[in-house]
Design a protein around this ligand. Sequence first.
Ligand SMILES: [Ca+2]
Ligand SMILES: [Ca+2]
Ligand SMILES: [Ca+2]
Ligand SMILES: [Ca+2]
Length: 464
Amino acid sequence: METIRVGVSTLTNTPGYTVIEYNLFQDCDGDPEFVSVKTDEDTVRFNTFRSCEGTLCLRQTSRSYVEGNYFFGNNKPGTGGVRVYNKDNKVIGNYFINLGGSKWDAACTITNGDVDSNSTSVSSHFRPIRTIFAFNTLINCESNIEFGYTSGGSYGLAPRDNVIANNIIVATRNPIVKIITAPLSQVWQGNIFFPRDSATMGITVGAAQIRKIDPQLQFRDSLWRLTSGSPGVNAALGSYDYVRYDIDGQQRLGIQDAGADEYYSGSPRIKPLNAADVGPDGGDFFDVSIIPQGLLNGTGTLALRDTVTVYLASPAAPYEFIDSAAIVLDSISFTGRAKFSAAETGTYYLVVKHRNSVETWSTAGGEVYIAGGTQAYDFTTSQNKTYGNNAVVIGSKYCMYSGDVNQDGFIDFTDLTLIDNDAYNFASGYRATDVNGDLFVDFSDVTLVDNNAYQFAGVVRPGE
Ligand SMILES: [Ca+2]
Ligand SMILES: [Ca+2]
Ligand SMILES: [Ca+2]
Ligand SMILES: [Ca+2]
């Protein structure tokens, strides 16, 4: 079966508005279409396809986008790129390398259709019309661009009004363009083709359509990229205002560069995905280590694995919370893994709340947070990791003050009263009044909180 199918044939010509993004597809060989799109106006972007047999097929869709994806074929037979049917689809800024497929599975496959899109036959193949295949980079593929495959003569309608523009193709074998049926009103614009070894152009057009020249690519940050002096820099022709970012998530600068990569010396914001980047434990994270005082027991571990919530707060007044993540602290490492999604890269305070401890802020000035990065912050190692040195030391560990049972920012008689009442009733189980985490509310909880109340322990935050 398809790994992902959007819609179904009977939904053809209805909008889906589905986004498929940031997935890793590895050896997805179950169907000729590893992704099949069958509703209109869908987006497939920033995915990484590794050694997948078949194609990402715009099977029965119009006005869909395929943008910024990586296709790594690793020279495995049958690994393909994008196959297109129907009207007004855009294939923009993708990277195809070492794909082993051909015919249905070329990097760019624009076959004939057997009907036009006014057909009601749900299993038909709508003639490809007004496809835009632009700003892609294709490296060492078995077959690059194929037009008009007829499926043994059963598809009679030639592709029409399609645009192939501003792509960079480097090939070492076979014709770069293979035409089985001549496309109608085909537009070529601003492409750079570099056939090496036994490869040939496969088509004869003017230099404004395709320049035959070495694009002078260099391997850097996982991809073959432009260099500063490359003829691909600022080389795009035509008007493609909607192409504003490149495959790295970097802005297109001035005149767009040909191919998937806009030339920059800086690091990419988006990268090809590996197994470690995806799945429940994958991707970017912020490891936070902190100890609610009451939970730290005599053996130097937490009495239970408890939940705290970590916030990213603006470093300037009014210090509003921008993002949050609930984490579960490991009882031995005191660490939980936060995954933030909303905050942009910038400087923030880390703020931690726990059900019966004093809200705790990180060091004055804030911390640099990098969206998409992997980071850590440890409140336990020194007094100055906490804003206002507002940590209580136990042995060599710096902890959140415990006892703010009602979470009003202070540890005082109100909290003590709540604990007293529960202790009087022999309350047990997971409750805020059980400060030392032994699942009973008793005299030991009262004593701990009494000491903190005596010291007027409470939250210390910037601006106060
Ligand atoms: Ca440029
Ligand atoms: Ca770039
Ligand atoms: Ca309180
Ligand atoms: Ca207790």
